[in-house]
Write a protein that binds this ligand. Sequence first.
Ligand code: 0RA
Length: 646
Amino acid sequence: MTPKKGSDYRASNIQVLEGLEAVRKRPSMYIGDTAQRGLHHLINEVVDNSIDEALAGHCDHIKVVIHDDGSITIADNGRGIPVDEHSKLKMPAVEVVLTKLHAGGKFDKSSYKVSGGLHGVGVSCVNALSVHFRAEIHRDGKIYVMEFERGATKIPLKEVGDTDDTGTIIKFRPDEIIFNQTTEFKFDIIADRMRELAFLNPQITVEIIDERVDDEEEENHVVYHFSGGVKDFVRFLDENRESFMDEPIYIEGEVENVPVELAMQYNNSYTENVHSYVNNINTREGGTHISGFRRALTRAFKNYADKNGIIKSNSKITISGEDFREGLTCVLSVKVSEPQFEGQTKTKLGNSEVQSAVEVILYDKLTEFLEQNPKSAKKILEKVVVAAEAREAARKARQLIQRKSVMSGGGLPGKLADCSIKDPAHSEIYLVEGDSAGGSAKMGRNRSFQAILPLRGKILNVEKAKINKILENKEIQAMITALGTGVGHEEEFELEKLRYHKIIIMTDADVDGSHIRTLLLTFFYRYMHPLIDRGHIYIATPPLYRITSSRGQIQYAWEDETRDKIIRDLKKSKKKFDVSRYKGLGEMNPEQLWETTMDPETRTLQQVTIENAAAADKMFSTLMGGEVEPRREFIEKNSKYATLDI
Ligand code: 0RA
């Protein structure tokens, strides 16, 4: 008998497809975007479930394998997805988890599940967005398998053997129709996230195997396990900074069902590196837990200083909260059972009860630490006073920048060639290395919407300088005035005043050029952070080669492969040609610069994004920090660093 159209099985299957079809129609609504970030989000979505198993105490090993054919396997030793029949839906529970939206792992209301930000949309989304998806479940002594194609069931759940372990093995290959920009997984992006998870969850071991590299290469298999947890995380972040404490302060506690964990130490840098997490999600925009931390830190230190008469002798200066955070590296991790995420990127914790919980725990323990470690306390407070003095000097430098810009009429730097339209959303500014390239850019540009700011020589390395020195630097001053936002943290930085929504860094394609680019990015990362978060920073990519053939026809190539292809084609058609390598922007005439690098119709811009704040912090401190040897090693290992996958 052939099943009738309206049969039960078909009906339920169609319903399922309708759910997953919605994901395929508008994938960005579920995973953020369908570019590199969204692609890697698929892995996080599955791993989050394994982490939930670990948080519930049932899993301590997660293995991620990147296969040759572009597919990924994620294996854990958790309980395995339940396979018994779901009472209402009359299908195996695993089928519900893999085919129903928002059903993933959310049967039991046990605490602290990952849910919020972009996470928590469920493994079913990964299924929907994969050409092929396979789940293998080890549970109750049996092995079960189920397979799908683009979300549709290909092999219904079946028992295939016996086992005495438990766990879930998910294998999937992302659909290239959905991920039309790239389906290539980046080892570094995966490793950064897995390392972070291993720091935040000391009970787990995470393994990554990249089968795409040959055996001779070393970095195809890494294992992360950090028994020291967030304390190890802080040590790792400060590996290339000099701490003046023997070891990080470590605090752990729980109030009102909110477990709080913190590790922090002071170093000789001038930046604040506070990384916070809620249920393993990086809360980039902060929130109530961060407010609680800041209040506790300020109160504990101020009380201690008052009690011991430390700051009185410097009564001329007033210490503000941020002075206690200069040169501080800190990881704060809290677990919240029903987190509310707010803010632009949904990475700001809103739960008000968390503030007091964090504040209470940290205030008591920090006070205790200061009383028991008077030597460290003294050193830290001396540093705080210096920070306050630098902040005061910076305030004066800011006023000076403002006054200067008021005095010069329109207030813009002299060497800025501004654009004529005033709408920031349609304006762009090129930050150009060197006066000669700046000259070509000024001539080649479309002056209605493109502004040019030539930068002379190297800008200051902000990783090694105090804020007041940074603000005295002429090139940095010119940039700040041109951009219009001011500089620094919180109210000192005004994103609304940004004069150009595209800020394009244009440097030579050589070592010096990439150094200058990194200096600029370090500055933006440390002092104009929201510009990166909101996607305003871009890197221009001038071509590497010019191929001139008969009758003066010119072709450009950005890679060796394209150059070789152009040459092959020219040879085939028996044309004469000449290949030259661009050394610097200055070698291009204005027309060439416009055609290749500035014309919105033909140029390619790389948008600077930060996937992982902790990894970016580590990269900048390694590249730009004081220690030479780690920098050399880093550059040798990541010779591709010029492309800046941060
Ligand atoms: C639903 C319920 C339970 C666990 C899971 C799903 C689960 C999903 C994934 C995805 C990858 N690994 C996973 N591990 C578990 C609870 C299990 C129970 O109550 O026995």
